[in-house]
Every structure is written in structure tokens, then in C-alpha cells.
Design a protein around this ligand. Structure first.
Ligand SMILES: Cc1ncc(COP(=O)(O)O)c(C=O)c1O
Length: 425
């Protein structure tokens, strides 16, 4: 670890939570330099929905490189890009009756978010954008302005202009319809909230702690956007690519957003980000929003291969079945350990366990790592243990990881109960 401490910026993060030097990875497993094996319930924060080094993806990449396929081409036309666009249209968009235009942005999620915000403001000629409590949309300055957590939002960055935050579904408790609250701000000329160009939302907040918006709430938000002429941007960077059960996370609500940001697993493990937009919103001048790494051809090759997993319903069926296994393992926990103040939330193959005592989430992640499971925390206070296994994880490994976590939680509960008794003895 010495070279990392000596050379790498203090900003390094996951290296601290998972202090090993990783070397190889396959499917749902990682190995460190000493050959220690880990189960991966983190999946690159949603980038490895199809696992590490899927043989079909690796093979396509090897063949492409061996035939000297062009790797870097800026945004010129390439055979690899052509194949990706055709597959995206035929496998994903057309069967869902979606007619989006595709814009390739810089290769990370925040690039797609920046692009969406810029385009929405340009098209609507309005500067304000609404985001939601606990939102996470990236950390470059435009995206940071619509990210909620104060840990990332130092006052000195000065990027809080032209955004307002509204309460996400459930933020004010089960009895408050947060859209009624939002609507009042829009309808009241004196609310202090300028009519926004757009609303940006995650259908399930990932980094914010696995808050699942209900279908009714998402439909209500869609209606509100139409009523007040605001564009609806769904940030599907973490929850897209099948994580919640369908390719796009908004499908369950039956809505069609004006724009969708897509990244992480779309590249099959390689960096790729794109913005999908209704054709009438595509009002860019040629070259008006550019970047050197818009669409890397290796990522196109990997992405085209990854889209083949959606040719039939096998993957979606498997997500439903494994989502059920996760639900069955996790939803009994609040009742089993009432003293821990647990809340379990999730859908498809993304689940979170929130602990009243935030430290407990960190302790569990830490202990899991020692025993060979990589799982991260999320949430406003890092108080949520977040389950994000690869979608194609085999059932045995999934159950193994779930059993390990439930065992650690039971041990923590027992330890606390004993500590409590000792304190009172
Ligand atoms: C919903 C969402 N949007 C945007 C981002 C930013 O993506 P990136 O870290 O690739 O910039 C993330 C990253 O976790 C995310 O979860």
C-alpha cells in the first residue's frame, strides 16, 4: 500500500474502505495480489451489472484489438459506433417504443448529467433546475449543484446557483405527499422558486441511500412536469441497465422522460456515457458541446456485446428471481433485530439496510471485507449498507454473500445486547 500513500492524493476513497491490492476479477469475484478471494456486492457502484470480465465481452475486445480496430476516433463515424447505435435502437429503444436521439458525452456519468442540464437550460431558456433531497448526480460543478449531500458541497465552490431542492418521495414521512408541496412552490408566484427548465431525478436514489420512489409518485412528477412545462430528466446512471428489473429504471412507472442520462454498466465495464433525448430537444449546433473522449470504440465494442444480454427475457427473469432471493433474506431483518433500528428498502437487485446507528453500517461493511465480501455504504450519514451485486451473479454466490451479511448483523446485535447488559450490571 506504500506507493498509494506516497503518491496518490488524499482524495482516494474506496482504497481506504477496501484496503487490498486487487489483481484479477471474474464474474462476481475479485482476487487480491495474495490470491485472497472476495465476493463483489459492490459491482463498481453499478458499473459491473454483467460482472467482471464477461467472457463474451473480453473476447469481443480481444478480437477488435487484434484486428487493429480503431480505438480513438473523437466523434467520427466508426464501425464499432455504428454497431452500438444499431443494437441500442433495435434491442432497447424500439421494443420499448422509445424514439430518443443519442448524444455521446465525455465517458463518465457526471459528463452526461452536465450535458443534460446544459441542454435543458438552453432549450427552455430558463436557468433554474429542481433536484431532490438526497440526490446524487456527480461531482463536477454543474452536477454538484444538483447533488444534495453537504459533504460534497463546500460553500467556497460557489455552485449553488440556479438550483432548488424539493423533498423526494417519502422524505417528509409516509403521510406527506411531497408533490403537493412541490406543486405549491410552482403555482405560487411568490414562493421564491423560479420556474425551472427541468427536474432531475433518480427513480431509486443510489448514493443517497436506496430511497425508492413509488410508481405513483413518478407518474405524478411526470404530470407536474407537463403541467408546468418543465423537462423531466431521469438520471439512470446507477439504476439503469437492469438494476431495478427492467433495462431503464423508469419503465415500472410507465413514464417516458424527456431526457435520460446513462453511464456505468452501459459500457460493459468500460467508460461510456450518453444522453438520450426526445428528438425535438436535440437543438445543438454541430460541435457546440464536444469533448475528446466522446465514445471510445473499445467501450462501444463492449457495450454492443453487453446489449446482447437484452435480446431475450432471460436476464430480466433472472433479475426478478434473484431480487426475490434478496428480498426474502433482507426484509425479515428489522423484525429479527428490533434493537438495531433497521429499515430495509429496495427493488429488483438493489437493496439497502439503513441502521439507526450510522457507525454500524460502516462496521458491517468493514467486517464483511475482512471475511471476503466487498460491500459499500451509502446514505446521508453512510448509514446504509448497499447491496449491488452483479445481475448475473450465480444464486449460490448471492446466497453466500447474503448469509455472511445476515450473520454479521446477528453478531453485531448480540454484541450490542451483551454490551447493554454489561452496562446495566
Ligand atoms: C445517479 C448517478 N448520477 C451520476 C453519477 C456520477 O457518475 P460518475 O461518478 O461516473 O461521474 C453517479 C455516480 O455514482 C450516480 O450514481
Amino acid at each position: 500500500m506504500r506507493i498509494f500513500e506516497e503518491m496518490e492524493s488524499e482524495v482516494r476513497g474506496y482504497i481506504r474502505s477496501f484496503p487490498a491490492v486487487f489483481d484479477t476479477a471474474k464474474g462476481s469475484h475479485l482476487w487480491d495480489e495474495h490470491g485472497k478471494k472476495y465476493i463483489d456486492f459492490f459491482a463498481g457502484a453499478g458499473t459491473l451489472n454483467y460482472g467482471h470480465n464477461h467472457p463474451a465481452i473480453s473476447q469481443a475486445l480481444i478480437e477488435y484489438l487484434q484486428r487493429d480496430g480503431i480505438v480513438h476516433a473523437l466523434d467520427k463515424a466508426t464501425v464499432a459506433k455504428q454497431a452500438f447505435l444499431q443494437n441500442l435502437r433495435d434491442t432497447i429503444l424500439a421494443p420499448r417504443n422509445l424514439q430518443y436521439k443519442v448524444q455521446f458525452t465525455g465517458p463518465t456519468g457526471t459528463n452526461a448529467v452536465e450535458t443534460a442540464l446544459k441542454l435543458a437550460r438552453m432549450v427552455k431558456r430558463r436557468s433554474n433546475v429542481i433536484a431532490f433531497t438526497n440526490a446524487y448526480h456527480g461531482l463536477s460543478l454543474g452536477s454538484l449543484a444538483v447533488t444534495g449531500n453537504s459533504f460534497y458541497r463546500d460553500e467556497s465552490y460557489g455552485v449553488r446557483h440556479n438550483t432548488d431542492f424539493m423533498p423526494f418521495d417519502g422524505y417528509l414521512g409516509p403521510d406527506v405527499d411531497t408533490l403537493t408541496y412541490f406543486r405549491r412552490f410552482l403555482a405560487d408566484q411568490s414562493s421564491g422558486v423560479d420556474l425551472p427548465a427541468a427536474v432531475i431525478v433518480e427513480t431509486v436514489q443510489g448514493e443517497g441511500g436506496i430511497h425508492v420512489a413509488s410508481n405513483e409518485w413518478l407518474r405524478g412528477l411526470d404530470d407536474l412536469c407537463r403541467e408546468f412545462d418543465m423537462l423531466l430528466i431521469v438520471d439512470d446512471i446507477q439504476m439503469g441497465n437492469g438494476r431495478t428489473g427492467t433495462f431503464f429504471s423508469f419503465e415500472r412507472a410507465g413514464i417516458v422522460p424527456d431526457m435520460v442520462t446513462v453511464s456505468k454498466s452501459i459500457g460493459g465495464g468500460l467508460p461510456l456515457a450518453l444522453l438520450l433525448m426526445r428528438p425535438e430537444l436535440d437543438q445543438w449546433q454541430p460541435g457546440e458541446h464536444t469533448g475528446t473522449f466522446r465514445g471510445n470504440n473499445l467501450a462501444f465494442v463492449a457495450a454492443t456485446e453487453a446489449l446482447r444480454f437484452w435480446d431475450d427475457s432471460i436476464l430480466a427473469d433472472a433479475i426478478a428471481a434473484k431480487g426475490q432471493i434478496m428480498a426474502e433474506a433482507l426484509t425479515p431483518l428489522p423484525q429479527r433485530h428490533p434493537d438495531l433500528g433497521i429499515d430495509v428498502r429496495g427493488v429488483g437487485m438493489v437493496w439497502g439496510i439503513e441502521f439507526r446507528d450510522a457507525d454500524l453500517a460502516g462496521d458491517i461493511s468493514h467486517e464483511a471485507f475482512k471475511r471476503g465480501l466487498v460491500i459499500e455504504t451509502a446514505g446521508a450519514k453512510s448509514d446504509v449498507v448497499k447491496f449491488l451485486p452483479p445481475l448475473n451473479i450465480d444464486e449460490e454466490t448471492l446466497r453466500e454473500g447474503l448469509a455472511l451479511i445476515t450473520e454479521i448483523i446477528a453478531e453485531q446485535a448480540a454484541r450490542r445486547a451483551n454490551g447493554h447488559q454489561v452496562a446495566h450490571a
